[in-house]
Design a protein around this ligand. Sequence first.
Ligand SMILES: Nc1nc2c(ncn2[C@@H]2O[C@H](COP(=O)(O)OP(=O)(O)OP(=O)(O)O)[C@@H](O)[C@H]2O)c(=O)[nH]1
Ligand SMILES: [Mg+2]
Length: 621
Amino acid sequence: MKIGLIGNPNVGKSLIFSHLTGIGVEVSNYPGTTVDILSGTACVKRLPVEITDLPGIYSLDGVTDEERLVRDMVLAGTFDVLVVVLDAAHLERNLYLLLQVLEHQVPVLAVLNMADEAEKNGLLIDTEALSRLIGVPVLLTAATIGKNIAEIIPLASEHAAIGTYHVPYDRHIEAAVRTLMRVSGASRVSSLLALQGIGTDASLLESAKTIAEEIEEEHRMPVPVILAGNRHHAAAEIRHQVVLHKSVKEMRGLDNWLLSPFPGIPIMIGILLSMLLAVFFIGSYCEELIVSAFDTWLIIPLQAASLDPLIYELLFSFIIAIQAGLGIAFPFVFTFYLLMSVVEDTGYMSRIAFLVDRVMHRFGLHGQAIIPMVLGLGCNVPAIMAIRQIGTKRERHIAAFLITMVPCSARTVIIAGIVAVFVGLYAALSIYLIIFVLILLSGLVLSKVTSGTQLGMVLEVPPLRIPSPAMVLTRAWIHIREFLVIAMPLLIVSSIFLGLLGFYGILDIIEAVTAPFMTGVLGLPPFASTALLFGILRKEMAFETLVVLAGTATLTDVMTKVQLFIFALVSTLFIPCISTIAVLYREQGLKTALQISFYTVLLGFTAGALVHWFTLMSPGL
Ligand SMILES: Nc1nc2c(ncn2[C@@H]2O[C@H](COP(=O)(O)OP(=O)(O)OP(=O)(O)O)[C@@H](O)[C@H]2O)c(=O)[nH]1
Ligand SMILES: [Mg+2]
């Protein structure tokens, strides 16, 4: 009987080999110690068993010479049993190779070595669950202390089994495999290999090539990359089901819920939606209190005092800027960051990434890209900076486009403050829906037109934790402080600037020039153009400026509900704020910054014009 020891580099194969055979081989703590293939014999029940120590490899893809060598030996049926040695302390990374070995339909025993290290790291591995899941026996060992090493050969020779687990590949891949199996009568593994251009059957390779080209056309990435992405996802999923951190043992039941598509996805939508609603309700409740306090105590007395017109204009612009900042933006920004901070601290964010990973691949993105996108709900600037971590240039390019469309907290201020307050909750939610659909469509189009490759990556899902109030408050405070020290002064200066422009009649000129477009195409009052313009400085300033220009916080006095809806939609979508453009330029270059700015202007005006046109067509609205 021939047994092969296969596994990632540095997992302890050679140490196990010398325990089993008594042959002293080089064992060292760096990958790639074994380069030659060494065999030895052990006796089990007086029958000789030949054991081979193979060089460490990460996959059977055949990228390196060692990988090709090992794969060819496996394909040639050299071994009766493969003992796959895994590092129990880094199971997810090691599972990738195991999943690939299982595809080869050879009897397998999985040995999770380094049990001592896993234990030291506080990891508990449910070997029975793993064994049930993949259909092969699983043994936990620690080669340095000889733990369970004596079990390896008896288990391997008597109980090694052909795995029952199939990596759930992308549906195009699965369809291709089915077709190849039917047409050429090939096995699943030969069909999968043929799709990657590996194999000896010329006619199978020929048909696989045509199908693979179609898939690559559709996905805009090579088949091996798609397969790798799927395997990584499967490895993450298995790891999640069988490994738990001691400290979070009690959280595990909850986590199983959170991470499975059902009820995970409804829960995710529920959590995000209730966050938005909480921001709406708490924000607008506080807004009303603060705004009316300003009106009663400052604005009305100011109007009653007979002041020099210029002084009055300056004072009025100053007060209304503070009213807009503290009264309108602050309650929403504060509530948002507080809730967001809780979500981040619990570790739920990575669960969102895991849940949407599959869907994101359709948009040419890895699940990890969802984290900057969710961060973008707070502010696009750190979100754009966070895409640095994303694997390839192509993914970064797509992510930059999509993130700039994500409604940040400033845009939530506009949507909540204008639409939720004056038009209604459903109208406000419908803006999110419109933006969501536009992001999906843009993602689909971008993933088709952007060239380059997509990388598979391992998603780490950190343990769930009860958030610590101190951490949550500190994190929320960092964002809120940024708002107070950067946004507020900017708001005050621009409000005074605006007051002066109005005082000297310059706003009238700008408005007169843009009026035909504003009124004719978007159906908005002419002064909306100034508000949109100031929205480029900071998004919520579009709203605050509108209040300043309207001269009242009760916007329905000066605009219709439809106008308010269109204004909010356009100012949310069109051109990112100046800080976002700056960071886009720094991170992605001038071309991308310009492309995105142009694209969003087009999108914003088109969406606004369409809504206007639609309401003209249906006067009943
Ligand atoms: N803590 C701990 N260390 C181990 C265990 N098994 C092996 N090691 C150590 O891990 C390192 C790598 O062991 P090797 O046997 O050389 O690993 P390998 O898989 O043959 O590595 P390559 O030949 O590079 O593929 C050595 O320093 C071993 O002492 C274990 O169960 N626990
Ligand atoms: Mg070795």
